[in-house]
Design a protein around this ligand. Structure first.
Ligand code: FAD
Ligand code: SIN
Length: 528
């Protein structure tokens, strides 16, 4: 079959991928692949908003300081400044695309979230991500130079190893992807590839992230030879709805930002004063999540209560229309009732190591968004800094690709996907069983509070399961479930190996065996 070469391949149609696509499309032809639906990433689920210094009383320095305090000093200051200084321009671009941010007169309305010393979160009610995703998708769909292909699950990056003539130089030339409708594996060859495939939250039993957040991009880049950093820094959101029917529904931090308080449902005590008496419910997320976890474990609770019923009903309905409506459907009126909440995995702070140009270690591969570790978040992401990172690094990747375009050589002949030695699986149950097993031991052994013994138990389980999954992968035709399982086990391993390397407690990594924080903050960098 003749070899078609795209200018740029983008893996992922969330905020990072579409930002890069739109910035490249002025002069390049861009192909965007997405697993499942084009809106299936975390972007569409984002509630709270986007952090940016827009108020005259606020400063970049304040935002930088808040980001580094939340990140427990592990952030790279250069990256933090780079992102925060570009936030107002990123918001202006979104306004120009038609994102209907809430406004107060001529100014955008700013809400507040944990860890922020000022009101600086722009938002579209309590469903910011949906509006951002819609605006980016509309612009991409209308652009003649952007082709969007949903229903494509990338399996592996194409490198020199996949050339008809073998080369071990690690240069990336696109990706092999499963067409989820036909079951065929396609070659998508490109001069430049941008990884924007989101996080790995579904490695945990309870997560606010969508089903496809299985760390595919992180695992693909790792297998291709890129370094991965700070994977032990998995963020747990303090307030995910506790409900036996509806799993994974986030109750935005903005509820606490607008006055919501946490109570122990048995003692009736407002307990945050025991954990962070100054900032209370607006302490950074790692502190509030650990407090909730501690109350639940100490009192044998199923959940704690988040209560905003002291605010006027019209205020609550006006600020949180989506959450209010969703809860009413479950018999909870948040204008009168407390909301049962539990902590749940929420964000992957670590990922593929990138520089300020969104370059990875591998020539031809750029990366942006939640699949990366850029130095912005450090040991704990400050609320609403994530979408911002997607916009800034999506742009940075595009800019760097365009700046170096003439130096990007054409690909060599690449081999077709070889299915000659595999058959259709007759044991799909293995995938389900293994998937459930991983998510459960990751929750129990590699969760909010860790110990070396539990991490070692998890490492042992991973080694056993990896052998089984590798055997399965070698024998059977790929499906999306199998692709995800293979990546999930890779992501679990990267998290556990990173956690075992960190002999201190810092930010999101809290271990009973090393409760102190070292004087010097160091990244955990894994080298393939
Ligand atoms: P995503 O938006 O997750 O997109 C990933 C894309 O990659 C998808 O298109 C997916 O289909 C594709 N993909 C994945 N694997 C493959 C594969 N193998 N092959 C092909 N395609 C693939 N952050 C904020 O800043 N503010 C908020 O208010 C906020 N609220 C949040 C609320 C929730 C419930 C959640 C889960 C997260 C929230 N976050 C928030 C975090 C933020 O939404 C994400 O970090 C951000 O949207 C990630 O964007 P992304 O472009 O990196 O990836
Ligand atoms: C939220 O709305 O609480 C999520 C904000 C974020 O993840 O940044």
């Amino acid at each position: 079959m003749t070899q078609v070469t795209h200018d740029v391949l983008i893996i992922g149609s969330g905020a990072a991928g579409l930002t890069a696509a739109l910035a490249l499309a002025e002069t390049k032809k861009v192909l965007v692949l997405a697993k499942g639906d084009l809106r299936s990433g975390s972007t569409a689920w984002a509630q709270g908003g986007i952090a940016a210094v827009l108020d005259a009383g606020d400063t970049f320095e304040n935002h930088v300081r808040d980001t580094m305090v939340a990140g427990a000093g592990l952030n790279r200051r250069e990256t933090v400044e780079f992102v925060i200084e570009r936030a107002p321009a990123a918001i202006a671009r979104l306004v120009a695309l038609g994102v209907p941010f809430n406004a107060e007169g001529a100014d955008l309305h700013l809400t507040r979230e944990g860890g922020h010393s000022h009101r600086r979160i722009v938002h579209v009610d309590d469903a910011t991500g949906w509006a951002v995703q819609a605006a980016l998708l509309k612009a991409a769909e209308e652009h003649p130079n952007v082709t969007l292909l949903p229903g494509r699950a990338c399996i592996d990056l194409i490198t020199g190893r996949h050339g008809e003539k073998f080369s071990g130089d690690g240069r990336v030339w696109g990706a092999y992807a499963l067409d989820e409708a036909t079951g065929r594996v396609e070659r998508h060859i490109a001069r430049a590839t941008v990884l924007a495939s989101g996080g790995a939250g579904r490695v945990y039993l309870f997560s606010t992230a969508p089903r496809g957040a299985t760390g595919d991009g992180i695992a693909m880049a790792w297998r291709a030879g890129a370094r991965v950093s700070n994977m032990e820094m998995m963020q747990f959101h303090p307030t995910c709805l506790y409900n036996l029917e509806v799993k994974n529904f986030l109750i935005t931090e903005a509820v606490r930002g607008e006055g919501g308080r946490l109570f122990n449902p048995v003692t009736g005590q407002r307990y945050m004063e025991q954990y962070d008496p100054e900032r209370m419910e607006l302490a950074p997320r790692d502190i509030v999540a650990r407090a909730n976890d501690d109350q639940i474990k100490r009192y044998g609770l199923d959940y704690v209560h988040l209560d905003i019923s002291h605010q006027p009903p019209e205020f609550v309905r006006g600020h949180f229309p989506t959450i209010h409506e969703k809860l009413l459907g479950l018999g909870i009126d948040m204008t009168k009732d407390p909301i049962p909440v539990v902590p749940a995995q929420h964000y992957t702070c670590g990922g593929v190591l990138v520089d300020l140009d969104a370059r990875t270690d591998l020539p031809g591969l750029w990366a942006a968004g939640e699949c990366t570790e850029s130095g912005l978040h450090g040991a704990n992401r400050l609320a609403s800094n994530s979408l911002l990172e997607c916009f800034v690094f999506g742009e940075a990747a595009a800019k760097d690709i365009l700046a170096h375009w003439d130096g990007l050589s054409a690909p060599p002949p690449i081999r077709e996907w070889d299915e000659s030695r595999v058959t259709d699986s007759d044991e799909e149950v293995v995938i389900k069983q293994t998937w459930t097993e991983i998510r459960r031991f990751m929750w129990n052994y590699v969760g909010i509070v860790r110990t070396t013994k539990r991490l070692e138990r998890a490492a042992h389980r991973i080694a056993l399961l990896r052998r089984e999954v590798d055997d399965y992968y070698g024998a059977f035709r790929v499906t999306t479930d199998l692709i995800e399982l293979r990546n999930l086990i890779e992501a679990a391993d990267l998290i556990v190996q990173s956690a075992l390397k960190r002999h201190e407690s810092r930010g999101l990594h809290f271990t009973l065996d090393y409760p102190e924080t070292d004087a010097v903050a160091r990244d955990t960098v894994l080298v393939p």
